[in-house]
Design a protein around this ligand. Sequence first.
Ligand SMILES: C[S@@+](CC[C@H](N)C(=O)[O-])C[C@H]1O[C@@H](n2cnc3c(N)ncnc32)[C@H](O)[C@@H]1O
Length: 260
Amino acid sequence: MSKSKDVAKSYQHVSLFQREEGKKLIDDVQIYRGYVILDLGCGTGELSAYLSELAGQDGRVVAVDPDSYRLEVARESHREVKNLTFQEGSSASFPGMGSETYDIVFANFVFHWIQDKEEVFKNMFRSLKPAGKIAVSYADRLASIFSKIYRELQSSESMELMLSKCYFERRSKIESMCLAAGFEIVKSVDVRMEDLEFENVESMCSFFSATNQGRFVSELATRDKVSSFCAQYTGGENSKPLTLYTDEGDYYCVLIAAKP
Ligand SMILES: C[S@@+](CC[C@H](N)C(=O)[O-])C[C@H]1O[C@@H](n2cnc3c(N)ncnc32)[C@H](O)[C@@H]1O
């Protein structure tokens, strides 16, 4: 297995945070049987499979991601789901783009990885049926707990590398782009990030490595650094599960918008 497939497999095991928050967003937008849904930036496909279940056999889900290793893991893991297909694609190019095919475009924790956000709003708008909706969650800044993790467990170079791949945009700017594309905003809110729970220290480090697609270098997180970090920001290095305390001001954003 290549390093990148390892990272993709690891994402599947440790991405509980994204999965749980994604399910809340799905419940919020309401999926009906028969819906045609695009899961944009599907990762290893756990939420795509959940969407397929809700859409039922009369509906279908097209799940796309630019990371071929994550798609490989997604296909292997969800091959029994008949109304779900995984395809390589991105916010700039996906199946059905411009064809008013979809009832819902879902993008969970993807927007902060997308540089050209005006383009993605336009692409989503022209791909939705009239009255179709987008359901999007994203970070509009680096949460302070993540900045502590990089500061204490990584080097300034790896922090810079990670930040160079993140395209944070404030919520007000995201809303302007959404409206400019023609959408009506149904909901746009900040959601407080609850404390994160991990099985142990190793799975916490795997989470950061996997969600940043290998840009968190586990070797830099030495035993001493991890011990000092855990003493300050977790419920204790040896506690099971390991609770990582988020800060009061740590939140992410949710946007639901409809095509008139
Ligand atoms: C944090 S993961 C979220 C995966 C999945 N939505 C979930 O909730 O588990 C972000 C995903 O966005 C994908 N991604 C990055 N840039 C993208 C783009 N321009 N268009 C679509 N997906 C992108 C990454 O490959 C990655 O799988």
